[in-house]
Design a protein around this ligand. Sequence first.
Ligand code: IPM
Ligand code: MN
Length: 363
Amino acid sequence: MKTYDIAVMGGDGTGPEVTVEAIKVMKAAEAKFGFKTNLTDFDFGGERYKKTGETLPDSAVEEFRKFDAILLGAIGHPDVAPGILEKGILLKARFELDQYINLRPVKLFPGVECPLKGKGPADIDYVVVRENTGDAYTGTGGFTLKGTPHEVAVQSSVYNRFQVDRCLKYAFDYAQKKGKKARGIGKENTLALCGKTNVLTYIYDLWERGFNEMGEKDYADIRRDYYHVDATCMWMVKNPEWFDVIVTGNMFGDIITDLAAMTQGGMGIAAGGNINPDPGGVSMFEPIGGSAPKYTGQGVINPLAAICSMQMMLETLGEDEAAAKIEEAVKWATGEKMESMQAGRMGYDTSGVGDLIATKVAD
Ligand code: IPM
Ligand code: MN
């Protein structure tokens, strides 16, 4: 029987609660589809940091390398200054494990309320391939004259050709295998580059050249579109049906996927994966929303984003049948059972939603 070693990091706030539900569904899928997972818990997060001053030690990163995947709840604690846990845990794992793709599906499930007038599940069905190791996230920069009236702060967007090319290759491959034509719902597979070539004339010039060169040379069958980031935001609201696969840098990818999440029903349902697609790479799956401190411990938070992230993990591990069944169960729950995607208004509590999906998957 196929066995996977999974590191579990529930993290902060509602992270542990939603992770429990993801695992519940995973266990149901294991029994049904004949694979096995060995889970190892890690308690990194705000509480541990407050007690010990430790974020994510190097030894833990080395340990993570031995796992098949990592399941993460959420990182972020109201008592800890912004940046410490994010940089010390989340970004450290992404960078050290070279998870250079942040894959964020934008999919409106049946029955989910959409704030875009007149748009339904057929219109909102695309993915964002966010580069996950470069850009303003590298920490390149600093202060001079700090604390004086003439203080200067610089934080640079940094990319090299290697980072751009490996991300583009992943995005083109993804469009070829899972674009709208490949899925039988469109005339062509399309990859759109989201940039800002009119102002960021170095960074996005590099991206655009890489995009066109690779597209012309190796992916002539894939339609290429280009959008500036501001226009991307506009079209995501006005004509989301135009999108298939979008590829972009780390910073724009961060911003546009929060907007995208709102169009698919909110943070309660927005899943993501930090992926290292290279042989032996260890990927980490997490809901894109945060730790939602105000809902912690109340049993009201929506676990679907965590369940869908776990579903992406199974797909990445090659458990396609189980992944498809989980997606079907989620669609059934949103379409037939749940009243809302919002915390406290689902018509079920957190574990009730987990039970719904787990029961359907086992069925
Ligand atoms: C995300 C988050 C992180 C990011 C933060 C918490 C560092 O917003 O995963 O989108 O900016 O990448
Ligand atoms: Mn974000």
